[in-house]
Design a protein around this ligand. Structure first.
Ligand code: ADP
Ligand code: MG
Length: 694
């Protein structure tokens, strides 16, 4: 019965069905049952008007209308009524549908709605008024569900209430019993209610505890299937995708490790290189995420893995998100490699035709061992002889499609290592990147002093400047960063230039560089070089410097309009300093008046340098949809009821359950696991899966 097209559901019909299909992506009655309420309003409580204290709470009040009248004409016409609960009075207003209103004075009504504040008192706009003798006990017992609706739905008169009526029409079918999607042993072990109960209670809850049990069960189900899908694919891929076998630790690696390494690796770096090498020699294709806070030394790990690859007769490449970063990698890596017999080349958007004409054939013949660059690397005419390892730095800056192109650079996909300094909260890593193996560098090179962070009002610029002067006089360098956001680019550019001019005036004796996204690559590069070489003491820039830039002598990071940056971005920016032996500082400047949310974000930045804690806080504050790197995957916020920001605990249990199912039957091939297999097949046919593409 529940497989039927929504057109044939009670209270729907073809016109409404069209809208529901488009707006809610539902096809069948069963789909409609999975349109869950986003909140409930407690209709068992009655209020007095004097108890109204805010605009956000729905209230219901018993009372009557003292008088009513219409005002204005035509489209501006509205209806106003005075309502009393016997103690005090309040105004009710209608702007629309006035011709249908049949108000009566002296009749007892139940008023229901959300108060709005108008000037200094409250009123109700478009409240629901039901004559008291028409109020059924069901209407005012328990929790009333509210459903999200879109503008187009509202226009077609499908508001939350109409949706509730439609869903109510399906309940007789539900009561005949819904197919269960979780086995009894799982229900029992995790104390979950069955599906029929859950669907009934989510839409028409008896009371709050029953509603919560329903939510728990449905969240568990959703996360369980998410994990089952990810884990079964991951194990299938590991079983099936052959990878290039790279067992050798050869001459290049050993010579470099013994004679060229400028410092001792941290224990975390050693462990991570081992983990990666285990994958590379396994014969299975590696798909690994390397997480490590800014400054933890990921570049060196990347280089070591590239050397292993070359030792085994394959080529490697490292792709970085910006030209500046690619060039920096090229310089540091060439410096470190000295005269080792390995050919490294750089390919970016500004590589000339002539240079390309040299690089391409050498790449195809295998003379080039390691290619560094920007997304120029994934262009079609870049062809390798035998690419064995593709490394993507700051992977969240790349789209899924771009990363997928790297997979196609050899007949078999090369090993893939994606690196990020934006720590991904555990729950997101499990749901979005569940198919990636994860390595973590959880240790900074020795001798680093944690950056000290301060939050200050931008009115205190004078003392900030004094601070800059003090640092520069001690030989340090300073970053001053401005936001640059697409919508008001012009204004922001003006801000940046103003800031630059002010600094030039305030510090006539210093040299100052400026970089922003509107400059030509060559100019940017020249400015950056001046700063890197120490010729300029201050660098005024937009977020182009956010990722990866490494100037160990820079010890101060001033962030202007810090309230306009996300937490992970602030953390990235702060990571530009604290790379040398000196104590470093980060100053977050905001207006004096800031929102509570901004205050929280600044407080977290001041309180901790731990990227994982910051990422976790970011997830809590902004929700999963906004976290860097998850946008493109479109997965984490696709849940109907689960929320990775708040349901970490249920997620862990669901993962445990999914793992135990797969442990017992990895291929889901027995009759017992048929329900899981079928539902997975259904889910997977409905969605394009990008997860396996690193
Ligand atoms: P990130 O992980 O942010 O990419 P980098 O690879 O740029 O970090 O490294 C940051 C700095 O730390 C570089 O100057 C690098 O040379 C240095 N570094 C890396 N590993 C070590 C180590 N084991 N000991 C000391 N310094 C290191
Ligand atoms: Mg880096």
């Amino acid at each position: 019965m529940l497989d039927k097209d929504i057109t044939y559901c009670k209270n729907v019909g073809s016109r409404r069905a069209d809208i529901l299909r488009k707006e809610l992506h539902v096809e069948t009655a069963a789909d409609l049952l999975e349109v869950y309420p986003y909140k409930y309003i407690d209709r068992s409580r009655f209020y007095y008007l004097h108890e109204i204290a805010d605009e956000d709470t729905f209230v219901q009040v018993k009372g009557e209308i003292l008088e009513y009248h219409t005002m204005g004409i035509g489209r501006a016409q509205r209806m106003s009524a005075t309502f009393t609960d016997g103690q005090s009075q309040i105004e009710l207003v209608w702007f629309k549908g006035i011709q249908y209103l049949k108000l009566q004075t002296g009749v007892p009504y139940l008023l229901f709605g959300k108060p709005s504040k108008f000037q200094h008192s409250y009123n109700f706009v478009h409240p629901e008024l039901t004559p008291l003798d028409k109020v059924t006990p069901q209407m005012v017992s328990g929790l009333e569900p509210y459903y999200n609706t879109t503008e187009r739905m509202k226009k077609a008169n499908i508001n939350s209430k109409a949706l509730r009526t439609i869903i109510a029409g399906l309940m007789p079918d539900v009561e005949r019993g819904l197919p269960e999607t979780l086995h009894a042993d799982i229900l029992q072990h995790y104390h979950l209610i069955n599906r029929t109960q859950a669907i009934r209670q989510i839409h028409f809850p008896e009371d709050t505890p029953a509603m919560q049990k329903a939510r728990e069960r449905l969240k568990f189900e959703e996360l369980f299937y998410n994990q089952l899908s990810i884990l079964s694919r991951a194990s299938a891929r590991r079983r099936n995708t052959d990878g290039f076998k790279m067992p050798m630790v050869g001459r290049l690696f050993n010579t470099f490790y013994r004679n060229y390494l400028p410092f001792e690796l941290t224990n975390a770096q050693k462990r991570v290189v081992r983990e990666i090498h285990e994958d590379m020699k396994s014969g299975k294709q590696m798909n690994r995420l390397l997480q490590g806070d800014v400054g933890s030394g990921k570049t060196l790990v990347a280089l070591l893995c590239a050397l292993l690859t070359v030792d085994n007769g394959y080529q490697a490449c490292i792709m970085a998100p910006t030209e500046i970063l690619a060039q920096q990698h090229y310089r540091t890596i060439c410096d470190m490699l000295g005269n080792l017999p390995i050919r490294v080349e750089l390919l970016t958007g500004s590589t000339t035709k002539k240079q390309r004409a040299e690089i391409f054939p050498a790449l195809l013949s295998g003379e080039i061992h390691l290619l560094l660059g920007t997304h120029a690397l994934i262009e079609d005419d870049v062809q390798f002889a035998n690419l064995g390892l593709a490394i993507v730095d700051e992977q969240h800056r790349f789209g899924v499609a771009q990363r997928a192109k790297l997979w196609a650079k050899n007949i078999r996909p090369p090993h893939v290592l994606v690196m990020t300094a934006t720590p991904i909260p555990r729950t997101l890593a499990m749901t979005v990147y569940g198919d990636l193996q994860v390595s973590i560098i959880d240790e900074l090179p020795p001798g680093r002093k944690p950056v000290q962070t301060y939050h200050s009002s931008n009115r205190r610029r004078k003392s900030v400047n004094e601070f800059i002067a003090k640092q520069v006089n001690q030989g340090r360098q300073v970053y001053v960063v401005y936001p640059l956001i697409q919508e008001n680019e012009e204004l922001d550019l003006a801000d940046l230039e103003n800031g630059y001019n002010n600094l030039v005036q305030a510090f006539p004796d210093y040299r100052i560089s400026m970089i922003h996204g509107k400059m030509k690559a060559a100019d940017k590069d020249a400015q950056m070089k001046r700063f890197v070489s120490g010729e300029t003491q201050i660098l005024v820039a937009t977020t182009v410097i956010e990722v990866g830039v490494n100037v160990p002598n820079a010890s101060v990071m001033i962030i202007e309009d810090a309230e306009r940056f996300g937490l992970s971005q602030l953390h990235q920016l702060r990571g530009r300093v604290g790379r040398g032996a000196e104590q470093s500082f980060c100053v977050l400047l905001t207006p004096t008046e800031i929102s509570a949310d901004t205050r929280k974000r600044m407080d977290i930045m001041v309180a901790t340098n731990d990227g994982f804690r910051i990422a976790e806080a970011d997830l809590q504050l902004r929700g999963p949809g906004d976290i860097d790197g998850t946008m493109q995957s479109g997965m984490a916020f696709d849940f109907k009821i689960a929320n990775v920001a708040t349901d970490g605990q249920i997620l862990s249990l669901a993962r445990e359950a999914a793992n135990s199912v797969l442990d017992a039957d990895p291929l889901l091939s027995t009759p017992y696991t048929a329900i899981y297999r079928d539902k997975l097949a259904q889910m997977q046919s409905a969605s394009v899966e990008f997860r396996e593409i690193s």
